[in-house]
Design a protein around this ligand. Structure first.
Ligand code: IMP
Ligand code: MG
Length: 189
């Protein structure tokens, strides 16, 4: 599997350090939000994480353990790279959005912001449900021109325009289990 990588872009230690920092920042912001409303981070039932499946699973698992707040999960699945391709085919939602987001503080979590279509789609569907707030958090932000204007409130790393795998990110369903993030060799695609 490692032979299919051209190089490691971000190793596991850097990822862990950054996820820890992001957790502190996000937890601080969410707690401040609850504070303003006079509710407590221990007891509020209003924080909902909405991870975009499947790419965000590992990031989600690490990030949510950095958030010492009462929260729930509402998964959403979006497909944009069906089959063996490194080209986005446009984001389509699979199945249902989590029910009952009205009045909740929503944090969307995704692995990477690329064309922006995935995040824009999920954000617009969530906003239709009248949440109290909606923030977006991505581990990676590709430095490319977005096809759709969309903003991530939290971004772990800025990366160049290359197809990356590992730490949840896949090519054709594989490489998600690599602990580091690497650039895929062109021959492997
Ligand atoms: P966007 O809709 O183009 O912004 O792409 C976001 C989605 O595409 C992410 O949730 C990823 O699943 C996938 N994606 C985009 N770029 C990459 C990449 O370099 N490697 C693996 N998946 C990617
Ligand atoms: Mg994805």
């Amino acid at each position: 599997m490692l032979h299919d990588l051209e190089r490691i872009l971000i190793d596991r230690e850097r990822i862990a350090a950054r996820v820890h920092e992001m957790g502190e920042q996000i937890a601080g912001d969410l707690m401040a939000e609850l504070d303003r409303e006079g509710s407590s981070a221990e007891s509020s039932e209003r924080i909902v994480l909405v991870p975009i499946m499947v790419g965000s699973v590992i990031f989600l698992a690490d990030l949510m353990r950095e958030l010492p707040i009462k929260l729930s999960l509402g998964l959403v699945a979006v497909s944009s790279y069906p089959g063996a391709t490194v080209q986005s085919k446009g984001a389509t939602i699979q199945g249902e959005l989590p029910a009952d987001l009205k009045g909740k503080h929503v944090l969307i979590i995704d692995d990477i912001l690329d064309s922006g279509r995935t995040l824009a789609l999920v954000k617009s569907l969530i906003l239709e449900r009248s949440p109290a707030s909606c923030r977006a958090c991505v581990l990676l932000e590709k430095q490319v021109e977005r096809a759709v204007e969309v903003h991530a409130d939290y971004a772990g790393f800025q990366i160049p325009d290359a197809f990356v795998v590992g730490y949840g990110l896949d090519f054709d369903g594989h490489y998600r289990n690599l602990p580091d993030i690497g650039v895929l060799r062109v021959e492997a695609t």
